[in-house]
Design a protein around this ligand. Structure first.
Ligand SMILES: Nc1nc2c(c(=O)[nH]1)N[C@H]1C(S)=C(S)[C@@H](COP(=O)(O)OP(=O)(O)OC[C@H]3O[C@@H](n4cnc5c(=O)[nH]c(N)nc54)[C@H](O)[C@@H]3O)O[C@H]1N2
Ligand SMILES: Nc1nc2c(c(=O)[nH]1)N[C@H]1C(S)=C(S)[C@@H](COP(=O)(O)OP(=O)(O)OC[C@H]3O[C@@H](n4cnc5c(=O)[nH]c(N)nc54)[C@H](O)[C@@H]3O)O[C@H]1N2
Ligand SMILES: [Mo]
Length: 705
């Protein structure tokens, strides 16, 4: 391709599953080709900063590996043998398979399955309109947010928090359980601004020395799953040293006296034994919080991906309530802004057709569902037909051996709508080529910021790629599904949601593609009350009410502590599995996306297990050795890397590499569990025990492309 001078720059929004939701400026070279992608300064949160992988988006959107035409499987399942077919044939085949499944076992045997490969409100969620119109099985979307959101809402009563831009006005920024440098770089923009302009200090709490922690004044490397113990000891010190804000506690919280009494025994020495941190580290952190009114807690997802994750999130969020940090601009806490937006999803998702008696299957338990576990199937029929959009469960879902066995079933029909030939698409019967965000219209909402943002179509799709919305509408027609949402274009849907929310119209947002929905200070800081009828923050939440929607509480919820506490329900190491495995994101991948781009693959290299040098020595292993990680769920072959930035007994494997990147073809989620954590499900991706074995066989390095 010869490069010509870009004719113009257009504005849009990054669609990927990331709290940042960056505003972008895209160079348009012609009506099919983009040039460089930059951050737009119009967005005062993302502030012109974007990650490297999106800056080189041309590599992904114009990749020679994009799917261009519908494909039909012509070899055994998973063989990768496909032949091209036309769109009509592809859609007819899917409709036929769905109607046949319905005729045989009822509508619930069809399970449309999706997630947030795009965060677009139309292209992501429109699949639910087809689902509800046809009474297909519902999806309980647990894979990412349940533990974290449940923990946050338990205390605050709603999913909102202080304006994340206030971090720049803070004197102490606590970055807890998020590797923001890799996963949401804009957090660092505001935290480092506070440091530069006000001399603010930065504390990072994690289980290994991440690039984020490298930038901290105080880095706390604790044992996985022990954050609530740290939080309790910090609050113990605040009460002990008269640093608790008693007026605030009286006015705004539920049971401060009971909490204080409960914490008397949660001393720094107690927490030291649980977390592995020194008493001095805990005292230092607590004193910093207690003596810095403007302390801002940026609470991430990572520390919630433990079986006690909801309790951990709630416990950490209790600290600013004890310290009274909420009083101050630049103080308080933030996790996610989900509840600030008014976007009416009725038309897009067909919510008026939703029948709550239809079974809801747990997304994270897809392995158990597809292998016929009666409890996971809620006593209903087997799943025999699926349409999958925007997600790659053959790689990202826990308990992979079961997922794999499920997708291998010959009596399961699977259609995958994808941009690339993912691990999941390889298992499909029909593969449909999908557009990217540059090739379709959509609307986005910030998770880690306060904007509603437009993402208009900027270029023509390659080959015959079609948007999700078009596929859903075309299937609806063939399946006899009726709803006004099927008669609208994606643009109509965006326009409707904007108008219904009072945010303007599609055309208005083309000129100014973002609307700041940040609530005023009083509300954002809960000064007008927390989200409970009595306006009080809950130290003693009713976990059953937090988890009430539909299915009621699950997991060992009845044993949850009444007040913030260390809750030892994580998968403890034992003699056969002496290591705790944590599997956080890789900087150059976005979940399983970007694993298909050469630059990201080159930067991430091969899947490696970071292990403390003392552990390696004890096991007779050296840096670079090929090893196996093994537990009751399976075994994964990869390479060892010596790293002294973690505790002995902890193994970190970054990134969800494709299965083909592993010598045995088995990805990291072979080792992670899909049991439902309390009180409302989720996936405890960073909470597995394993043993480390030297690999004695041949060192088969797979060909990385
Ligand atoms: N580059 C990149 N960015 C991403 C993603 C990606 O894959 N790559 N994924 C996106 C998605 S879908 C999401 S949900 C977000 C998630 O982003 P984050 O909120 O950052 O959450 P995680 O990445 O799961 O984990 C963050 C950190 O938590 C740490 N951690 C694990 N267990 C514990 C624990 O018990 N205690 C403490 N204190 N820390 C612990 C991990 O070591 C990791 O460094 O990132 C998004 N952004
Ligand atoms: N071990 C381990 N596993 C994890 C995690 C972890 O930290 N550790 N993180 C978990 C988390 S937080 C999450 S959110 C999940 C996410 O896992 P996934 O939902 O699989 O996430 P992505 O890789 O972001 O997106 C999946 C696919 O969506 C496709 N896609 C993007 N846009 C479109 C579109 O417009 N149309 C169609 N049809 N397809 C599109 C992309 O090509 C990509 O292949 O993974 C989870 N898995
Ligand atoms: Mo996620």
């Amino acid at each position: 391709m010869t490069k010509t001078v870009p004719v113009r720059t257009a504005r849009t929004t990054c669609p990927h599953d990331c709290p940042s939701t960056c505003s972008l400026e895209v160079e348009l070279i012609d009506d099919r080709t983009i040039g460089r992608v930059r951050g737009s300064t119009e967005n005062s949160y993302t502030a012109g900063v974007i990650c490297a992988k999106v800056a080189r988006y041309a590599e992904r959107v114009h990749s020679p590996d994009r799917l261009l035409r519908p494909l039909l499987r012509c070899g055994p399942k998973g063989s990768g043998q496909f032949r091209e077919i036309g769109w009509d044939e592809a859609l007819d085949r899917i409709a036929e398979a769905f109607l046949a499944a319905e005729a045989r076992h009822g509508a619930e045997s069809v399970w449309p399955y999706y997630y947030a490969g795009t965060m677009g409100q139309v292209q992501r969620d429109g699949i639910n309109r087809l689902r509800h119109a046809k009474k297909y099985s519902d999806q309980f979307s647990t894979i990412c947010t349940n533990l974290a959101w449940t923990g946050w809402i338990a205390g605050h009563g709603r999913l909102t928090g202080a304006d994340p831009r206030e971090m720049a006005k803070s004197d102490l920024v606590v970055i807890w359980g998020t590797n923001a440098v890799a996963t949401q770089v804009n957090v660092m923009t505001h935290a480092t601004r506070a440091r530069k302009e006000r001399g603010a200090r930065i504390v990072v709490v994690d289980v290994y020395r991440t690039p984020t922690m490298e930038q901290a004044d105080l880095g706390l490397v604790l044992r996985p799953g022990t954050d609530a113990a740290l939080a309790c000891a910090v609050m113990h010190v605040l009460f002990r040293d008269r640093l608790a804000d008693r007026d605030w506690l009286e006015k705004y919280t539920d049971v401060p006296a009971e909490l204080e009494a409960h914490l008397v025994s949660r001393t720094p020495a107690w927490a030291s034994a649980i977390t592995g941190l020194s008493v001095a580290e805990i005292e230092t952190f607590a004193r910093m919080v207690g003596t810095t009114p403007k302390t801002f807690f940026r609470l991430g997802y990572g520390f919630s991906r433990q079986r006690n994750g909801a309790v951990a999130m709630h416990a950490a969020a209790c600290i600013p309530a004890v310290a009274g940090s909420w009083r101050h601009e630049g103080g308080g806490a933030f996790h996610n802004n989900g509840a600030i937006f008014r976007t009416d999803k009725t038309l897009v998702e067909g919510l008026d057709l939703r029948d709550r008696s239809v079974r809801r299957l747990d997304q994270s338990r897809i392995g158990a569902v597809l292998t016929g576990d009666p409890v996971s199937l809620k006593g209903g029929p087997p799943v025999t037909a699926m349409l999958i959009q925007n997600t790659n469960p053959m790689s990202v879902a826990p308990d992979q051996e079961k997922v794999r066995a499920g997708f291998a079933r010959d009596d399961l029909f699977v259609a995958v709508h994808e941009q690339f030939m993912t691990d999941t698409a390889k298992m499909a019967d029909v593969v449909l080529p999908a557009t990217t965000f540059l090739e379709h219209d959509d609307l986005y909402r910030g998770g880690g910021n306060s904007y509603v943002l437009l993402g208009p179509k900027l270029i023509e799709p390659p080959g015959e790629a079609r948007e999700n919305h078009a596929v859903i509408c075309a299937l609806a027609e063939r399946l006899g599904a009726v709803h006004p949402g099927f008669e609208m274009s994606a643009r109509d849907h965006v326009d409707h949601m904007l108008r219904a929310g009072g945010y303007g119209s599609f055309d208005e947002l083309v000129d100014r593609p973002l609307v700041d929905c940040q609530p005023p200070f009083e509300r954002a800081h809960f000064l007008d009350g927390f989200g409970y009828p009595d306006g009080r923050f809950r130290f003693a939440p009713d976990w059953t009410s937090v988890a009430a929607e539909n299915d009621g509480p699950m997991g060992p919820w009845a044993e949850m502590p009444r007040l913030p506490d260390h809750w030892a329900v994580t998968e403890a190491a034992d003699e056969a599995h002496p290591f705790r495995l944590v599997t956080p994101p890789a900087r150059n991948f976005l979940n399983s996306s970007f694993t298909e781009t050469a630059t990201s693959r080159a930067r991430e290299g091969r899947p490696e297990a970071e292990i403390h040098p003392d552990d390696l020595a004890r096991l007779g292993l050296a840096d670079g050795d090929q090893i196996r990680l093994v537990n009751a769920r399976g075994a994964v072959r990869l390479w060892a890397r010596a790293f002294d930035g973690l505790r002995p007994g902890v193994v970190v494997v970054e990134g969800i590499f494709p299965n083909s990147a592993f010598p045995d073809g088995r990805g990291i989620n072979t080792l992670t569990g899909a049991d439902q954590p309390a009180p409302y499900g989720g996936a405890a991706f960073h909470d597995s025990r394993v043993r480390v074995e030297k690999w004695i066989g041949e060192d088969l390095s797979p060909a990385c492309t």
